[in-house]
Ligand binder design. Structure first.
Ligand code: GN1
Ligand code: MG
Length: 372
């Protein structure tokens, strides 16, 4: 990229950020975080107490109706605010706030049709890509439990479906089967491993959808993406204080969240490693996360909910591997990639994780059983 184009892009970003900077003047806009879908920036302002905020361009190839995300965020924030007002917690807990534009809109559409929105930055906090220790694991679990608890009395139909088919594993399988015959990807040891891996697990892809259809597990509201780096920690106390990334808060199963939180939190080498042979599922961290989660979620979980926790951990790891692999075969049309084999590498990590979860099934089921 030439210097001229870079300068122009920065100027454009500053101009967009200024739509949301009601009091301060924007002094900087920097790429922020490691999101795979939206483009995220940290905006700094030159004065005032709320110096920084998050600016995001919503990926409209993925989220076809971004207005629905903002509508859900309004409903969600309002509900949680009221809950916390009538039942204050005895520890710090924050909900990201949507910032309005100069025209009091909750988003800004630029000349190219890009959809921008701004969210408060939770000051004095940080996030992590991999788990530090068992104590942090409990905090991650607590954060997800608190998140579920605070919306457990908000009827699922109050929120719109911002991403149809999200976490419906059989639909990802269907997509995979559609792209497979059309792909021109070269066969390799890794590709063959993935092809075989999916083939061997097709039968178990329906486990949660079947339970949902039979009414064994109820439709509830979920976060949709409670991976480790979507939990913010207070830098001073080390305690979890917020769950961010609310784009996929929508009707679903809490099992998708439990599975997603555990598949990301219990993988000590992280989902972006290139050393996929070293990936494993850490059962001590699993115990920690579940302990923290159940300390808040016990109140609303049913006996049947517990039955499907193991299936959810295994399924969501497999599902994410399938999503990455299908995207690799389709030519990287969904997840952002940094190099040509990136989605293949990510798929291998999740498949290896799934394999390791399967090899520890008895142990994991025992941990869940002991915690009821
Ligand atoms: C995507 O963009 P990001 O990192 O927040 C994806 C999640 C995956 C995650 C894997 C809407 O989330 O489902 O678990 O990547 N989000 C969407 O890192 O597909
Ligand atoms: Mg996300």
């Amino acid at each position: 990229m030439t210097e001229d184009i870079k300068t122009q892009e920065t100027n454009n970003l500053v101009a967009i950020a200024e739509q949301f900077a009601l009091q301060g003047k924007v002094s900087g806009v920097q790429a922020f975080g490691s999101g795979n879908i939206n483009d995220t920036f940290l905006v700094t302002q030159d004065f005032l107490k709320e110096q920084r905020f998050i600016l995001q361009r919503i990926n409209q190839q993925v989220f076809r109706q971004p207005q629905l995300i903002m509508q859900n965020m309004r409903t969600f924030t309002e509900h949680v605010r009221k809950r916390l007002q009538s039942n204050p917690l005895n520890r710090r807990w924050e909900v990201p706030r949507v910032l309005l534009t100069k025209d009091t809109q909750d988003y800004y559409q630029d000349a190219d049709g890009s959809f921008w929105r701004a969210i408060s930055f939770i000051e004095g906090t940080q996030s992590f890509d991999t788990m530090r220790d068992a104590e942090q694991a409990e905090e991650i679990g607590y954060a997800l439990g608190m998140f579920h608890n605070l919306i457990s009395d908000l009827p699922p139909e109050k929120l719109a479906d911002t991403l149809e088919g999200f976490h419906i594993t059989p639909l990802y399988l269907q997509y995979y089967e559609e792209v497979l015959p059309k792909t021109n990807i070269q066969q390799s040891i890794e590709v063959n491993y993935c092809l075989q891996f999916v083939e061997d697990r097709k039968v178990c892809a329906h486990v949660l959808e079947n339970a949902k259809a039979q009414g064994t597990v109820p439709l509830r509201l979920m976060h949709g993406d409670p991976k480790i780096n979507n939990v913010m920690f207070d830098t001073a106390t080390g305690l979890a204080v917020s769950m961010i990334d609310l784009d996929t808060v929508k009707p679903g199963l809490v099992h998708y969240d439990i599975g997603d939180c555990l598949r990301s939190g219990c993988n000590p080498v992280g989902e972006e490693t290139k050393q996929w042979e070293s990936v494993y599922f850490d059962t001590d961290i699993c115990r920690g996360i579940l302990q923290g989660y159940l300390s808040v979620a016990k109140e609303f979980l049913t006996e049947d909910d517990y039955t499907y926790i193991y299936d959810a951990i295994r399924l969501i790891a497999f599902e994410l591997g399938l999503r990455f692999f299908a995207d690799y075969l389709a030519g990287d049309v969904y997840f952002k990639v940094k190099y040509p084999q990136h989605n293949l590498a990510r798929a291998l990590v999740q498949f290896k994780l799934t394999e390791n979860i399967e090899s520890q099934e008895t142990k994991i089921r025992k941990i869940i059983q002991e915690m009821k």
